[in-house]
Design a protein around this ligand. Structure first.
Ligand code: MLT
Ligand code: MN
Ligand code: ZN
Length: 298
């Protein structure tokens, strides 16, 4: 299995265009920028899938040599996109893929509905390309090209703000607005987990992480109060669907084995800096911060 980490920042990226905070200032000064959270994964190194479609997708694709088309053709190695949420930082890039001859998009039922109604990317895309929308159900593995298998696990009912009022049957108690994926491959032993929006360390997370080689997980905030402290607002990270690094780290320390990589870092997060304070504490738990462009081969 091959994984290309395309982007590691939360919505807004680093630096964020309208932010002059210490972290954004540091990124402007040093050029140590981060593009928005996105991953590419392949079972055989030939057929590739995106997990999420970030607003930075065009430059992310151009920077990944394995995602280039075959010379003289428009034969892209990209077979489809799997979504972990309907959030704008995970879906705006779908419109960037409109030049595709054909596109498979995998999403859970509520996310799929949101992307056809509240934020109608589905109808928009259908004017440009042939998009096949496929429903992902947590616990039911999806067989993909190149021997790749993806199994979603439910991570919670946090809807994108634009879909706050979206009507739908049983929406109130749905837990699959946000999911993670566990990737395995046919005839291989590699197991990779991707969960950029982790509200809580639940039994489903526990099961997904067991036996994994690599776990890419939510590193949005270092601490639950980080955003409030930096911006003077009142929002705490648990209410935003993000378990702070300080609160997930003890779980990682108790489950040694996988290579843990934090991703989806908000621009307020000191861990997004080069040589961040706290890196040693992460290393002690078998963890590090993922970097844009990182290639993982298993
Ligand atoms: C999130 O990860 O919580 C969302 O993407 C926030 C946002 O950018 O609206
Ligand atoms: Mn996000
Ligand atoms: Zn900032």
């Amino acid at each position: 299995m091959k994984i290309r980490v395309l982007g590691t920042a939360a919505g807004g990226g680093l630096p964020q265009w309208n932010c002059g905070c210490a972290e954004c200032g540091c990124a402007r000064r040093t050029g140590a920028a981060r593009s928005q959270d996105c991953l590419a994964v392949s079972g055989d190194g030939r057929a590739w899938y995106l997990v999420n479609a970030s607003p930075d997708l065009r430059s992310q694709l151009l920077a990944a040599p394995e995602l280039a088309p075959a010379p003289g053709t428009r034969d892209t190695p990209l077979r489809g996109v799997l979504l972990t949420s309907g959030e704008l930082d995970h879906t705006l890039g779908l419109l960037t893929l409109r030049e595709a001859a054909r596109l498979a998009v995998y999403a859970t039922a509520p996310v799929r509905r949101a992307l056809h109604r509240a934020f109608p990317v589905g109808p928009l895309l259908s004017c440009y390309t042939e998009a096949d929308w496929l429903t992902v159900t947590p616990g039911e593995p999806v067989e993909l090209a190149g021997g790749l298998r993806a199994e979603a696990f439910a991570l919670g009912g946090k809807r994108p703000r634009y879909a706050a009022d979206l009507p739908g049957e049983g929406e109130g108690d749905r837990t699959d607005w946000v999911t993670g994926y566990r990737f395995t491959e046919e005839g291989g032993a590699a197991r990779v987990v991707y969960a950029p929006g982790l509200a809580d360390w639940t039994p489903a997370v526990e099961r997904a992480v067991a036996g994994a080689d690599v776990v890419l997980l939510d590193g949005t905030f270092s601490t639950a109060d980080e955003l409030a402290e930096r911006t003077g607002g009142a929002r705490r990270s648990p209410g935003m669907g993000h378990l702070a690094v300080r609160d997930s780290l003890p779980h990682l320390a108790r489950r040694p084995g996988p290579r843990y990589l934090y991703t989806h870092l908000n621009n307020t997060n000191p861990l997004a800096r080069p040589d961040p304070p706290g890196a040693a504490e992460l290393a002690a738990a078998g963890a590090a911060v993922a970097e844009d462009g990182l290639l993982i081969e298993l």
